[in-house]
Design a protein around this ligand. Structure first.
Ligand code: 2AM
Ligand code: CA
Length: 262
């Protein structure tokens, strides 16, 4: 079986298991604090994906959220077993499984499953972005006043002190609306689907964005860091995503000029 076919089979199977999961209180733990939770299901889902992927492609490398990196082959799988764990716990919706596959710096494919809606976002390199058979395209809005901007949470983006804080508060005042869903992967897919125009986060990890970024790029969107640099594959970074290079450049120039320390 090809990697892309295997990944689609595994993500749907993992999604079925999560939909049936019993979320007893003893299965929820704090990771780094009370705002950073993890469940037994995060670990079980990632174990399942790793076992199946390495069983079929033993020379591939795996980078996942819950376990140390494995392997060093030229193909790397980026796994987030549950993106939006707090939503999984509190809402039992708006969470995703994310699988991104890269050959070195080149994207192969990205899959993001909106688990409770049983909706799969998928993109192979140069084949467009798709949602359950429907081709996805970014929105056409370029006017700041008309933008809907997604960000995973208010605290890190607007309330904590960081070099872009003043600019991002101005942006929030200028756009039509800011929405917080709480899942980096689903929020990037919302930009890919034209349901949001831009996305900002102060902190994203390779497993959060390395699948959805392929979907967004294939849908016509653009991503970079808040410094305007290429989004790294292998380390945490800020993310600015937009429906076009044009809007990305406008947002960078007007709102992301970080205050320089003296
Ligand atoms: P998670 O659910 O996989 O932890 C909102 O919390 C979004 O930011 C989610 O996509 C979440 O992913 C991600 N996130 C949470 N804590 C994070 C951290 N410390 N670093 C990077 N991303 C984080
Ligand atoms: Ca996660």
């Amino acid at each position: 079986m090809q990697r892309f076919d295997l990944a689609q089979k595994l993500i749907r199977e993992a999604g079925e298991r999560l939909r049936e999961a019993q979320l007893e209180p003893g299965t929820i733990q704090q990771k780094t604090g009370h705002q950073d939770l993890v469940t037994d299901w995060d670990a079980a889902t990632e174990q399942f994906l790793r076992r199946e992927i390495l069983g079929a492609f033993p020379r591939d490398a795996i980078v996942g959220e819950e376990y140390p990196d494995a392997g060093s082959g030229e193909v790397t799988w980026y796994l987030d077993p549950i993106d939006g764990t707090t939503n999984f716990i509190n809402q039992r919706r708006n969470y995703a499984i994310s699988i991104g596959c890269w050959r070195g710096e080149s994207p192969l494919f990205g899959l993001v499953l909106d688990v409770e809606r049983q909706t799969l976002y998928a993109a192979e390199s140069a084949q467009g972005a798709w949602r359950e058979g429907q081709r996805l395209h970014v929105s056409a809005c370029r006017e700041i006043e008309g933008l809907l901007v997604d960000t995973p949470g208010v605290l890190h983006t607007f309330l904590e002190s960081h070099p872009w804080q003043a600019g991002l508060i101005h942006l929030a005042q200028d756009v039509r609306a800011v929405r917080c869903l709480g899942s980096v992967a689903l929020e990037l897919c919302a930009v890919a689907a034209g349901e949001a125009d831009a996305f900002i986060t102060l902190r994203s990890s390779p497993w959060d964005h390395n699948a959805a970024r392929i979907i967004l790029t294939e849908a016509g969107g653009a991503l970079c860091t808040l410094d305007g640099l290429p989004l790294p594959l292998d380390k945490k970074s800020t993310v600015l995503a937009a429906n076009s290079m044009e809007l990305q450049a406008r947002l960078l120039a007007s709102y992301c000029c970080a205050e320089k320390e003296n």
